[in-house]
Ligand binder design. Sequence first.
Ligand SMILES: Cc1cc2nc3c(=O)[nH]c(=O)nc-3n(C[C@H](O)[C@H](O)[C@H](O)COP(=O)(O)O)c2cc1C
Length: 253
Amino acid sequence: MACMNLYRAMFRRKSVRRYHMHPLSTKVLTELNDYASGLEPLFEDITVKFTFAKHGEVRNLLPVRAPHYVLISSEKKDNYLYNVGFMGQQIDLFLSANGLGSCWMGAAKPRPGQIVKQPGNLDFVIMLGFGKPAEPLHRTDVSQFRRKPMSQISSVKDGERLLEPVRLAPSAVNRQPWCFYGTTSEVHIGRTKLNPLTSTLYDRLNQIDTGIALCHLVLSAQHMGRPVCFRFAGPRETEPPKGYQYVITANIT
Ligand SMILES: Cc1cc2nc3c(=O)[nH]c(=O)nc-3n(C[C@H](O)[C@H](O)[C@H](O)COP(=O)(O)O)c2cc1C
């Protein structure tokens, strides 16, 4: 995933919701398939599979139509949703960096009869729509991102450079459920605590969102020449800010 283009894409990407509906070439789809099969996971022990669907093979509650969809299926092990966000975001950035639009689609499902249950006990989790954009593909300035200010999501001293592309990460309903605390060499990541009502709506999506942010964190650290190693720290080591729950720690050397 050490690709400069993905780093740059974090500062320009946006969700594309209008597409030219003609299919992409087989060459482009093969390249994407090859890229997807070599993605870096967050957790290596969780099997994830990417399959492709065309318009008509997918049912979306919201009125976004794309010519193609990449469906992400996963084993349902602990933390699999973080892993799905982490891997799927590499696809979102890859598409953006290569002149194609994409959009995470939390409200879309494969139509009955399409591949939902994968061999090897994998379940459909979420999809991204993609294709040739029929609207501007990129933002031209960071000010065009509607995001929380750094001061609201991070208490990491001198963490602005490392965390700025993480702040810009996409999330479901733009809720940006993440927070960062600790130091620039040991960043703890938290996510918003939910109540029983909001949990039904957002627990799943917030985990995918946090995985997306972790993908941006790895790309940002790699860009600074600093490899990342994730670990789960003990509760005494990590007291998250009020309103957040601890997720994971990034050791950045
Ligand atoms: C997990 C996830 C699910 C999403 N689901 C939808 C969706 O169903 N429909 C949609 O139009 N946008 C969806 N989005 C896109 C978000 O609304 C979008 O990322 C957010 O508003 C920030 O805007 P940006 O991506 O243009 O920066 C989803 C994003 C994520 C990360």
